[in-house]
Design a protein. Structure first.
Lengths: 681, 175
């Protein structure tokens, strides 16, 4: 189902979505873990993009076989391709599953259209133990199928004639059955499914076919569909599926019939899960919508924690998005056992997180829980038009939400700006240390992330750069304006593919300011411009502030004016070409003038006076004692896991030569300017 | 009342003559002194404790009631017509690696940075600890306060936290 984004007309029709976005948690780190490409966290990041990478691998293998001979050569990793014609509308699944044996008898009735061009085949992958028994099609079309196994998956191609002409719709009914093999993906620790367990796990590409367009297997735009799901399991079996719960009954033939619904369009590449067996099921307190924590029984302490965090997390996620989650009948929150090798994700009315994350400690575990649940909006309810074009409004927003959540829940006694600035320090350091040459947050049409963009660099691009940009953006427009704009964005983009351009347009409308220069500089461009600040107090009632940058493009910055009595005056100022002079009134004598530290990742603000690190217009003892205690501190990234270093105390301002080492040279540099004071004081 | 009038006359003479040093025919200046400001009840303070040697005023900068003195940024002000800075010497409390800087950046304004490097613990100044010593030469009869500019002065611990201290200065009376 393709819905035209109301304010992204150019991309709306063309956009399809092939592979799954990585919605799950980020790498898990502990400071003691060494830097290594084989770091377990790397593995987690890679596997959290599981469907995408697993599907790509299957297609890569299949490309050399018969099934996909007509497919275009595999592009470099993440390259966007032309949009496919496969436009899914609705799927009806009827699956009889014995979770103990893995026996499956199923049908899928898929309604789809041809988008913009002729469509003559569709494809899907599923567990290699399942195979198609029949295909039928409406509209008098003859359908045939062929398949081939690429362990652990089976790739099936359904060809039909006559071809579907652009705009035409048809319904394909596929019957399939067999016994699940539940193999493992060789390049990761993930498994397709587990069977015969009290907590049996059936991921996408196991019992639910993963749909794709064989003519454009790498198309990356959004294509979504609604689904009705009927699951038939042996009586006495607990079962939970992706979607909202509809009904539960017995069919009189020894089966429990559980029905679920995905009543709003969901990207066809997003995770479809079933859990069955003797499940741990616990009602999450404090939610109006019935919300269940699902876990491998027996209940453990981690389940109690997850349960207690869930209501505050979901409430916060809704507050941040400005609207309740649209899952009105039920929600499922899942603690995944680590042995399935699935770090988690979010999908329709369902959040999943591996228990592996509990090892990072309660604080970060809870924060990661917030991240995953934030994806219920950012990626599920509010999908991106093309997840390879940008992750600004999925990972970026989820990151922002998790940081905000932790602040509100655990650090609200701190100054919020300082807290956020502190959390972004290691992120900024990782970006500078490891992310040189990262492309823009929003890739240009046709631009591709290079092939080597795996895990670490992907994390930097998808998670860090996006969230840093968003936080800088909300300081630029003001948190209140940003909040209103996000609520409006959610309103317009729910179940519609939107892009960063949409955010720009909404923000411009809500703020009354043209945000195009911001987006050109920091979203479609990559800059960290230097801005030099100087000021002169005007008696005890303000200061004249001069800001100088090297270009003529507009920029808005929040100035912080610290007064002698410690009070802080914040003032947002618009910078024009080159040098801008503004007067700011204050209720006392101005001691320092700086920019909000939340700009620091994307704006290199410096005093006009060398060595003046605290922006008081003097190079004195304060500048030195800010840094002397940090001598010997080095920033040694464990590889794009800076987000987890919440106690990081490395102050980049003390690292004057930018070598990630606060050392004698840096102190000598400050000392060489020591004693430059304002006259007349 | 006569005494007051006399004093006023003397002051007028002093101003009229510029009075930066004694001259022939004038009475020699009175004794040089440094009077510390009265003690406070503050538990933690940085104060000046002075003495004189001839025409020289020697002032210790002392911290007291502070458990962890890792670094200090101090701004001291005086009337440059009354005193000339000879030196600002850190005490031996500081390690050899410490940053020990001072500069009379403006006439009568001394910026000081005495700070240890690294994240080791600071100096225990629970009991009075001399941080450094300022030496001035008197330039004449004129008196001056020797004061801290408190908003530009701070003591930090090894975590970089600013310690709450009272700043107590002193005066060199006119002679």
């Amino acid at each position: 189902m393709r819905v035209l984004c109301p304010f992204a007309f150019s991309a709306g029709l063309a956009a399809l979505f092939l592979t799954a976005p990585a919605l799950a948690g980020r790498p898990v780190a502990s400071p003691a873990q060494p830097r290594s490409e084989d770091h377990p966290l790397r593995t987690l990041v890679e596997s959290e993009r599981g469907i995408q990478t697993r599907f790509s691998r299957t297609i890569d293998i299949a490309r050399s076989g018969r099934l996909l001979e007509s497919a275009p050569p595999r592009p470099v990793f993440f390259t966007k391709t032309t949009v496919g014609a496969f436009d899914t509308q609705h799927a009806k699944h009827d699956i009889m599953l014995d979770p103990m044996t893995g026996a499956v008898v199923a049908t899928m009735e898929l309604t789809f259209k041809a988008n913009g061009k002729v469509l003559s085949a569709v494809g899907f992958t599923m567990d290699e133990g399942l195979s198609v028994t029949s295909v039928t099609m409406t509209g008098g079309r003859a359908a045939s199928f062929s398949d081939e196994v690429y362990t652990p998956s089976r790739v099936t191609n359904v060809a039909f004639a006559p071809s579907l002409q652009a705009g035409e719709e048809t319904t394909l009914t596929i019957a399939y059955s067999g016994t699940l093999a539940c193999g493992a993906y060789p390049e990761s620790q993930g498994v397709v499914c587990t069977k015969g367990k009290t907590f049996s796990y059936f991921a996408h590409q196991s019992i639910f076919p993963y749909l794709y367009d064989p003519q454009s297997p790498y198309a990356t735009g959004l294509d979504s569909l609604t689904r009705d799901i009927v699951l038939r399991v042996p009586v006495g079996t607990d079962v939970v599926a992706t979607g909202e719960f509809v009904s539960d009954s017995l069919d009189g033939q020894g089966n429990r019939v559980s029905t679920w619904s995905i009543g709003k369009p969901l990207s066809r590449s997003l995770g479809m899960y079933v859990f069955a067996g003797k499940l741990g099921l616990k009602t999450v307190p404090g939610r109006t919508v019935p919300t269940t924590l699902v876990y491998p029984a027996p209940e453990q302490d981690v389940d109690k924690r997850l349960s207690s965090w869930s209501s505050p997390v979901l409430d916060f996620v809704e507050k941040s998005a400005g609207t309740p989650l649209p899952f009105l009948k039920s929600m499922s929150l899942v603690r995944l056992p680590s042995d399935v090798g699935d770090p988690g994700t979010a999908t329709f009315g369902m959040t999943l997180l591996s228990e592996s994350y509990s090892r990072v400690g309660d604080l970060m575990h809870e924060e990661t829980w917030a991240h995953e649940n934030a994806h219920l909006f950012w990626g599920i309810v509010v999908p991106e038009l093309d997840t390879y074009e940008s992750r600004l409004m999925s990972e970026g927003m989820a990151m922002l939400t998790e940081l905000d959540y932790s602040f509100g829940r655990h650090f609200s006694s701190e100054d919020r700006d300082s807290y956020l600035a502190r959390r972004f320090v290691p992120i900024g350091l990782d970006l500078r240390l490891l992310g040189k040459g990262l492309p823009a947050v929003h890739l240009a049409p046709g631009e591709a992330l290079p092939d080597e963009y795996r895990t670490q660099l992907y994390t930097l691009w998808a998670y860090y750069k996006t969230s840093a940009t968003l936080d800088h953006l909300r300081v630029t427009v003001g948190d209140d304006v940003f909040e209103k704009a996000i609520a409006e964005y959610v309103k317009r983009c729910s179940f519609v593919g939107c892009s960063p351009d949409s955010l720009r347009d909404v923000l411009s409308e809500v703020s009354g300011k043209d945000l195009a220069p911001f987006f050109a500089r920091w979203v479609t461009g990559t800059q960290r411009p230097q801005v030099m600040l100087g000021f002169a107090p005007t008696g005890n009632s303000g200061a004249d502030v001069e800001l100088t940058k090297a270009d003529d493009e507009p920029m808005t910055l929040e100035l912080w004016l610290r007064l002698d009595d410690g009070k802080l005056v914040k003032k947002r100022v618009d910078l024009g070409p080159r040098t801008t002079t503004v007067h700011v009134d204050t209720p006392g004598h101005v001691l320092t003038v700086s920019t909000s530290p939340r700009h620091d990742l994307l704006v290199d603000s410096v005093s006009t006076l060398e060595g003046d690190l605290d922006f008081d217009g003097e190079t004195d003892g304060f500048d030195l004692i800010k840094c002397t205690r940090l001598v010997g501190k080095k920033y040694e990234s464990t590889g794009a896991v800076g987000l987890w270093n919440i106690t990081e105390t490395f102050d980049p301002r003390c690292d004057l030569d930018g070598d990630f080492d606060i050392d004698e040279e840096d102190i000598a540099n400050i000392a060489s300017h020591f004693g430059t004071l304002r006259g007349g004081q | 009342m006569k005494l007051s009038l006399f004093s006023a006359s003397a002051l007028l003479v002093a101003v009229a003559t510029g009075c930066s040093s004694s001259s022939s025919g004038e009475n020699p200046p009175g004794p040089l002194a440094f009077n510390a400001d009265p003690g406070s009840n503050a538990g933690a303070e940085v104060y000046l404790e002075g003495r004189t040697e001839g025409e020289r005023v020697i002032v210790d900068v002392v911290a007291k009631g502070v458990k962890d003195v890792h670094g200090t940024a101090i701004r001291v002000k005086w009337d440059p017509d009354a005193l000339a800075l000879v030196e600002a010497a850190p005490s031996r409390a500081w390690s050899k690696q410490a940053v020990l800087l001072s500069k009379e950046a403006l006439p009568g304004t001394l910026a000081i940075a005495w700070a240890e490097k690294g994240d080791g613990s600071g100096h225990d100044a629970t009991e009075p600890l001399i941080l450094g010593t300022l030496t001035f030469d008197a330039k004449g009869r004129k008196g001056t306060s020797v004061s801290f500019r408190t908003e530009r002065s701070a003591v930090v611990d090894h975590e970089g936290k600013t310690q709450t201290v009272a700043w107590r200065a002193g005066k060199v009376p006119a002679r």
